[in-house]
Design a protein around this ligand. Sequence first.
Ligand SMILES: C[S@@+](CC[C@H](N)C(=O)[O-])C[C@H]1O[C@@H](n2cnc3c(N)ncnc32)[C@H](O)[C@@H]1O
Length: 233
Amino acid sequence: MPSLDARLEAALALIHAEVHADIGSDHAALPVELVRRGRVRRAVVVELTPGPLDVARQAVARAGLAGHIDVRAGNGFAPLAPGEVHSASITGMGARTILGILRRAGEEVPPALVLQPNDSAPLLRRWAGEAGFHVTAERLAAGFWNYAVLRFERRPGPDPAYTDLPLAAALEYGPHLLRAADPLLLAQVHADIAHLTPLAAPGRPTQDALETARTALSWLTDPENKKPALRGR
Ligand SMILES: C[S@@+](CC[C@H](N)C(=O)[O-])C[C@H]1O[C@@H](n2cnc3c(N)ncnc32)[C@H](O)[C@@H]1O
């Protein structure tokens, strides 16, 4: 029996750190598996709400990992000391909630992040550009929706992930997902075009969204575009 669902498995695959924080952990399934599989040496769980906090404490105790996973009550990054963790994950929340947590943390955000918003991943890609992070990996995980899972790392200068890509489409659908021509992404773009076509009209926001989806489709289906994830296999 897999102990993580597809979206948390995708998040786990993007995490490798000495000390990692999982913010808003609830059941603590992700940090427990990160330690079990040796992807992090130590983890800190932060949970705001008393019920999920108890659930997390019980899960960590049941896994026999209390010596490796510290469970703390609190809001976002506030219970962490500056520089205490090398990376952090925030999963299973709306993008605006995740953005609020990141913005309140300011400079205390660790240098690597793995974020899985339940909606509006483009908001996080835009935040990263403003906050000095590059998007270094992306996955799409099938579930109730297609969940985007994004890894960001603090790096100087413009993000090379966007080089030679149509910017609006890359921000919307993900630069790495576009380059990889992820099959789930292709299905998503087709679904967006089908949904937006009857709603779009000049001057409406849906018109811009439709044009972005069409640009993404052109890019995905143009044989001239390189698909590094598919080539060389
Ligand atoms: C929907 S659950 C997601 C649980 C888990 N991360 C996952 O992906 O399955 C969101 C959890 O985040 C917690 N949470 C929300 N805002 C938070 C914040 N600012 N700081 C810490 N925890 C927070 C909630 O109490 C809840 O337990």
